[in-house]
Design a protein around this ligand. Structure first.
Ligand SMILES: Cc1cc2nc3c(=O)[nH]c(=O)nc-3n(C[C@H](O)[C@H](O)[C@H](O)COP(=O)(O)OP(=O)(O)OC[C@H]3O[C@@H](n4cnc5c(N)ncnc54)[C@H](O)[C@@H]3O)c2cc1C
Length: 370
């Protein structure tokens, strides 16, 4: 088996691995990204809503709150300077009856997170913006900084900058195991050309696999690793014209932001994701097929804000799986960005808003290395 030395190894070419690899390469380090699949962003990074989140819901002081707000500002600036398409379309979080009591607390939390551009609208004001909204909606939060973007254009821009800085991505190169040493980390890779690589620094951004992989890299950190849990989120596409121009969200649930309506840059609408907890022993790889029987839930949930949705308007689309670190009865968890000694950084539980937060997470990782 071939053996070689490396400076920085990033495991995973999803958005988090790509953004971290770019940030570290810009610091002048030599970076190699190891990716099991034959292409970038093959998993969660391509199976989400492509929403640029404002940072409204996350617990004050959490990494999710900090990195979402900072990451969103960095992301809009990055998309501008790199010519990646986006639309700052805004978002409404709509409330019926008793739900309206909760809107003030959501806005207060968001403002404490540093979110700008928020206001509470009456039902009539919300319907003046979006006439197809349900007549029973009594109030809404309007977020003007939320948006949608071409996430694949963004990933390609990150990859291009990484490569311009001399970084490389080794595809079809899964990391199988490793060991933390006193002066670095040794990794064993599989695939067509198995190798032993000794790196000064390893960044584990393996998404669904990151906790399992952290456990396979021998070292003191293994004893304190969290237990991964997974929540599948399915989407249904809207077959006809979507009569909304903003993102429409119901009040948030415990495991998700609620079954929302989003629009892509081509104007195509979709509903989702819903939140289906997988069994406690569920492990990747996951079945991403969408169960057609879930359509009933989608029609019922969406009609609470869009009464004009007609039978037959929805078609099964795609699904993604949230990598969580908490169970269904626990408070929603935070991202973990763990420095496991001087040579290993584990990124775990990078669920939503990971896409929005990616540039801020990458800066966090780069600061740990600096
Ligand atoms: C349904 C859903 C909707 C979402 N919507 C949004 C949204 O609208 N806005 C937002 O900001 N965020 C959203 N998110 C969150 C966002 O998509 C994720 O936070 C982000 O994509 C995570 O990226 P990642 O790089 O950590 O993981 P991934 O994209 O899964 O990348 C991990 C990579 O590691 C590779 N890998 C795994 N194991 C190994 C190994 N042993 N060796 C080598 N490579 C390996 C995998 O092949 C994969 O390419 C959503 C998530 C879900 C599930």
């Amino acid at each position: 088996m071939e053996r070689f030395d490396a400076d920085v190894i990033v495991i995973g070419a999803g958005v988090i691995g790509l953004a971290a690899a770019r940030a570290v390469a810009l610091q002048g380090r030599d970076v190699i990204v190891l990716e099991s699949e034959p292409l970038i962003a093959a998993h969660t990074s391509s199976r989400n809503s492509e929403v640029i989140h404002a940072g409204i819901y996350y617990a004050n002081g959490s990494l999710k709150a900090r990195h979402c707000v900072a990451g969103r500002r960095k992301l809009y600036a990055y998309l501008d300077t790199h010519g990646v398409t986006y639309k700052n379309c805004g978002k409404l979080v709509v409330a019926h009856g008793d739900e309206t009591d909760g809107l003030g607390a959501i806005v207060a939390r968001a403002e404490a997170n540093g979110v700008e551009g928020l206001s509470i609208l009456s039902g009539d004001e919300a319907r003046a913006l979006e006439p197809e909204l349900h007549p029973g909606i009594e109030a809404a939060i309007h977020s003007t900084v939320s948006g949608i973007f071409d996430s694949h254009g963004y990933f390609l821009a990150l990859q291009g900058e990484l490569e311009d800085e001399g970084g490389v991505i080794a595809f079809e190169t899964p990391v199988i195991r490793g060991e933390v040493l006193s002066d670095g980390v040794e990794l064993e890779t599989g695939g067509g050309a198995p190798a032993i690589i000794k790196a000064k620094t390893v960044i584990n951004a393996a998404g669904h696999y990151s906790v399992f992989l952290a456990a396979k890299i021998e070292g003191d950190h293994v004893a304190g690793l969290p237990t991964p849990r997974y929540v599948k989120g399915s989407y249904f596409g809207i077959t006809g014209k979507t009569p909304f121009s903003r993102l429409i969200y119901p009040m948030p649930g415990r495991a998700s932001l609620g079954l929302h309506l989003s629009i892509d840059l081509g104007g195509h609408g979709k509903l989702g994701p819903d939140a289906e907890w997988l069994a406690p022993d569920a492990k990747p790889p996951f079945d991403y097929r969408v169960d057609p029987a879930r359509a009933d839930l989608f029609y019922a949930s969406a009609r609470r804000y869009w009464p004009g949705l007609e039978d037959g308007d929805l078609a099964q689309d795609y699904a993604g799986v949230r990598p969580k670190l908490v169970g269904p009865d626990e408070p929603s968890g935070d991202f973990i960005i763990e420095q496991a000694g001087p040579h290993l950084i584990n990124l775990m539980g990078i669920e939503s808003p990971g896409l929005t937060s990616s540039l801020a997470i990458a800066d966090h990782v780069a600061q740990l290395l600096a």
